[in-house]
Design a protein around this ligand. Structure first.
Ligand SMILES: CC(C)(COP(=O)(O)OP(=O)(O)OC[C@H]1O[C@@H](n2cnc3c(N)ncnc32)[C@H](O)[C@@H]1OP(=O)(O)O)[C@@H](O)C(=O)NCCC(=O)NCCS
Length: 264
């Protein structure tokens, strides 16, 4: 693949997002109406670009960033939101700093004057995932797979009875992966709805397998998709449509090419 994003390669819904691309050219990205693009990056691949990213944040983002007590969390926030601005600006053919965001009543962000462009952002540990669509509600969630002490308690408290039962039938070795699959699928759905964790997580049931099943309250219009965004991560994408073409890749940032794009 040459240039910046170009036409992302089609991937199967449960496929690896293994396409490499570079944010080098300033050509706008075309996104068809029934398509969702999913991009994954690791923060460690972005370090030299941090200063450029920070300069594109608006006063609300800068204030949010400054409220993090720990330096590494401030850096992570700047990188995630800087990358979000950079990526979205390529779809809207504008400068990253020109984007204006607003928030729904439960905190779901959207772009003002978006021309129908929708997005969802998730970050976990060293990774960030961004999904972009046109006139379709979407929600993405990724998690780094890692040991969690109270995993069984979380399943009991937050998962539906069917998910609880399914989880308990698995061997201990399978349960860790199953937990993160279920968790990201549930979070992707509530993020797609825009309700976040105010939507009861036990009011709907997601499957642990691929393709992903989804049943329960407010689910009929939605499809859920398994993502393998990067080594050590698992993820899910919720789309308010059953007919969607999913593609994407791993973003690689090359700082020498960023300055021309980022600084207006
Ligand atoms: C959204 C939520 C599920 C995030 O889950 P998480 O796994 O901790 O974090 P992720 O990295 O996956 O997602 C965070 C991103 O989701 C987005 N987001 C926040 N609220 C959202 C919502 N209600 N719906 C969809 N997306 C949302 C933001 O882009 C956020 O990134 P930011 O914090 O860097 O701005 C959870 O934080 C939540 O329910 N928040 C709602 C809080 C709320 O009700 N606020 C009301 C007052 S504004």
């Amino acid at each position: 693949m040459t240039g910046w994003v170009g036409n992302p390669l089609p991937i199967s819904l449960q496929g690896q997002l293994g396409v490499s691309c570079c944010l080098a050219s300033d050509k706008a990205v075309f996104l068809e109406r029934n398509s969702v693009h999913v991009w994954f990056a690791t923060f460690s691949s972005m370090s030299p670009a941090l200063e450029c990213f920070t300069r594109t944040l608006d006063s609300t983002e800068s204030l949010r960033m400054s409220r993090f007590v720990y330096e590494h969390l401030r850096v992570r926030f700047a990188r995630a939101h800087g990358l979000l601005r950079l990526l979205l600006s390529r779809y809207l053919d504008c400068c990253p700093g020109e984007l204006v965001f607003s928030q729904g009543s439960h905190g779901k962000p959207s772009i003002v004057n978006a021309k129908g462009l929708t997005f969802s952002l998730s970050h976990s540990a060293d990774g960030v995932a961004i999904a972009v669509a046109r006139e379709i509600d979407i929600g993405i969630d990724i998690e780094e797979i890692q040991p969690i002490e109270d995993r069984d308690d979380l399943v009991e408290r937050f998962f539906s009875p069917a998910e609880f039962s399914c989880y308990n039938q698995l061997s201990p070795a399978q349960q860790e992966t199953a937990f993160f699959r279920l968790w990201t699928r549930k979070e992707a759905f509530v993020k797609g709805l825009g309700l976040g964790l105010s939507h009861p997580l036990d009011s709907f049931t997601v499957g642990v397998d691929v393709p992903v099943s989804l049943a329960g309250r407010d689910t009929s219009q939605w499809s859920l998709h398994h993502l393998d965004p990067g080594s050590g991560f698992v993820g899910a994408l919720a789309v308010r449509s059953h007919e969607v073409s999913l593609s994407g890749g791993t973003l690689q940032l090359f700082p020498k090419n960023l300055s021309g794009i980022l600084i207006s």
